[in-house]
Design a protein around this ligand. Structure first.
Ligand SMILES: NC(=O)c1ccc[n+]([C@@H]2O[C@H](COP(=O)([O-])OP(=O)(O)OC[C@H]3O[C@@H](n4cnc5c(N)ncnc54)[C@H](OP(=O)(O)O)[C@@H]3O)[C@@H](O)[C@H]2O)c1
Length: 259
């Protein structure tokens, strides 16, 4: 097993859900963390908790991954002790709306494409060159089962995650001949703020998504990410699909109804 002690791990979307859980598991193993998201107070609270629990060294970035210039400037201005990034976890992402394509909201499409796809590309493009020149690194993209199976009204979200799958495969091919590893971790239902964001803050509609089943937790996903990163250096886990036992595809879900 590879140690992540003192490795610099850059996590996007660390202010919530899967990103926060990844921060915690890597912190518990002694990594140094660069945590990025837009919600500054959330990041500060997380950094304080990680410092208290594990004495973790944390560098915070208030960053909108959709803003290419901001991404470039954040990465090129990292202090020297933080600029050698060993592990990039491209996790920031979202679904917006659940509408038939011909009734979809343009703003929702822009947000999903700009965050899930272009944001992930920007981070990768600005961070991976140094991994190549240092001859070390691991990129983990958080995809989704939505990239494997399109579901009704999932159209644009599914397209962004299918693109993440293609980009992970392409990056693996393009880095052949280097020691840099590329992994895509593709979960089914995970209980986070994901559905709240999808339904624009409608808590009732969001909670219905997980009713009558046991979804994955953010820690379940973080465990898998950590497993992939800590394999011996010659092992590349290309792709992991994980779902709750109560799920077999985006639309095949077993719900236990009480009453
Ligand atoms: N939950 C699921 O069922 C599920 C299933 C499969 C895949 N996924 C994927 O898992 C990843 C994490 O989602 P989650 O479930 O943990 O949802 P979440 O709790 O809503 O967290 C999403 C994170 O992304 C960040 N983010 C969103 N837009 C951003 C932007 N423009 N710039 C920077 N950060 C941004 C958010 O931070 P700020 O709002 O503070 O910026 C937040 O930290 C996403 O890529 C999602 O597609 C989730």
């Amino acid at each position: 097993m590879l140690s992540v002690q003192n490795q610099v791990v850059f996590i996007t979307g660390a202010s919530s859900g899967i990103g926060s859980a990844c921060a915690r598991i890597f912190a518990s193993a002694g990594a140094k963390l660069i945590l990025a998201a837009r919600r500054w107070e959330r990041l500060q609270n997380l950094a304080a908790a990680l410092h208290k629990d594990f004495a973790t060294d944390v560098y915070l970035l208030q960053l909108d991954v959709r803003d290419r210039q901001a991404v470039e400037s954040a990465i090129s201005n990292l202090p020297p002790s933080w600029s050698d990034i060993d592990i990039l976890i491209n996790n920031a992402g979202k679904s917006r709306g659940l509408d038939k394509l011909h009734q979809g909201q343009f703003q929702d499409w822009e947000e999903m494409i700009d965050t899930n796809l272009k944001g992930l590309l920007y981070l990768t493009r600005y961070i991976v060159p140094k991994m190549v020149s240092r001859n070390r690194g691991h990129v983990v993209n958080i995809g989704s089962i939505a990239g494997h199976y399109t579901y009704p009204s999932g159209n644009v979200y599914c397209a962004t995650k299918a693109a993440v799958k293609a980009i992970s495969e392409g990056l693996k091919q393009d880095l052949l001949g280097t020691p840099i590893r590329v992994t895509s971790v593709d979960p089914g239902m995970v209980e986070t703020e994901f559905s709240l964001v999808r339904f624009h803050g409608d808590t009732q509609r969001a909670s219905q998504v997980y009713q009558g089943l046991t979804p994955l937790t953010p820690d379940d996903v973080a465990d898998v990410v950590f497993f992939c990163v800590t394999r011996p250096a010659h092992v590349n886990i290309n792709q992991v699909i994980l779902m709750p036992v109560d799920q077999a595809s985006p639309t095949l879900i077993h719900r236990r109804h009480s009453n």
